[in-house]
Design a protein around this ligand. Structure first.
Ligand SMILES: Nc1ncnc2c1ncn2[C@@H]1O[C@H](COP(=O)(O)OP(=O)(O)OP(=O)(O)O)[C@@H](O)[C@H]1O
Length: 319
């Protein structure tokens, strides 16, 4: 950006909101869209998430980073109702969301993206978009009783899907299988699908994973665009260049807790953050046998997740 080029209004507003805030975990924001308190999720003896207090500033792009296993995805899952927290309270636009099912949270305006699973890859791009709307409407049974209701709704869904596919330059791909898309196009589809329900807060799960560098700028542009349209973006990402490039604010998790918060420049050189990442790494390189075992475990986990996902997505009466 040239010196004389104006900062886009959405970014300027976000920068202003963060200016002067203390750089410490749990710091209060001027206009939080989401406030979480004492969110705990345990798996057996492991405390995967233990977030005492976190506020997400409205209209900003906030990155959630941390080493593998820090609890980022589990935290996302609690907030969006895809998993049940052991305890905790979180409010979206002042309304309590804990205890609500995912579709009600989505309807309230808070959605998360999902990486394309095997089952979703076998659907067309358009079918994925329609599923993004229907899955989260929570009204399937009721509308099924009144065809005139669903016909109108169907038309609105198609219209919205077409609009978004055009915006993300995926309209030419509408009838192709999602599995045939490139890594970058898949990420765009994940984002477009989440936008079907017109959220106020969109939570992106690793938006840069598997994206060809040539598409990086275009993808970043789309995310920045969301902020310019007034949306709030919270994203989990391992790609530090992306975190640095687009986030207004960075939240760092380690071992389930928020250990640091602040602007990207400062966070990336923060000693606690560097320690958290280093501490999570192996001291010695893996042996070929260990690496193979890890790979096999990861593949089995992915397979299980894809199966669970396709089962969970089936509505009663679906084939
Ligand atoms: N369903 C589950 N059952 C048991 N343990 C789980 C489950 N889901 C997550 N965990 C554990 O909880 C911890 C946090 O995992 P999580 O996937 O949330 O971390 P993450 O920060 O998203 O990691 P990554 O960056 O690798 O995706 C890990 O130790 C993980 O093994």
């Amino acid at each position: 950006m040239h010196a004389d080029e104006a900062v886009p209004p959405g970014k300027a507003k976000a920068m202003e909101a963060f200016a002067g805030l203390a750089h410490e975990p749990g710091v209060a924001k001027p206009d939080p869209i989401l406030v979480a308190d004492n969110v705990v999720r345990r798996f057996g003896g492991l405390t995967a998430v233990n977030v005492s207090h976190l506020e997400i500033q409205r209209g900003s792009i906030t990155a959630l980073i941390g080493p593998n296993g820090a609890g980022k995805t589990t935290f996302f899952n609690q907030l969006t109702g895809f998993d049940t927290a052991d305890s905790g309270e979180w409010r979206f636009n002042g309304k309590r969301m804990n205890g609500l099912p995912a579709y009600k949270i989505a309807r309230a305006g808070m959605v998360r993206t999902f990486q394309l699973t095997k089952a979703l890859s076998k659907l067309t791009v358009m079918e994925n978009m329609r599923l993004g709307a229907q899955q989260q409407s929570g009204e399937n049974f009721f509308t099924a009783l009144f065809p005139f209701l669903w016909r109108e709704q169907e038309e609105q869904i198609t219209e919205r899907a077409e609009e978004l596919l055009q915006r993300f330059k995926l309209d030419a791909k509408r009838d192709e299988f999602a599995g045939s898309l490139s890594g970058g196009q898949r990420k765009l589809l994940e984002m477009a699908r989440a936008l079907m329900v017109k959220p106020e807060l969109i939570m992106l799960d690793e938006p840069m994973a598997g994206v060809n560098p040539a598409l990086t700028q275009s993808l970043l542009g789309h995310v920045k665009d969301l902020r310019e349209q007034g949306l709030t973006v919270l994203f989990v990402e391992h790609d530090m260049d992306m975190v640095h490039d687009i986030s207004d604010w960075v939240v760092v998790m380690a071992q389930g807790a928020v250990i640091a918060e602040g602007p990207p420049d400062e966070i990336m050189s923060d000693e606690r953050v560097v320690d958290a990442y280093l501490g999570a790494h192996h001291d010695a390189p893996l042996s070929a046998e260990e690496a193979e075992k890890q790979l096999a475990e990861a593949e089995a986990e992915l397979e299980a997740a894809a199966t669970a996902d396709s089962t969970a997505r089936k509505e009663p009466g679906d084939e």
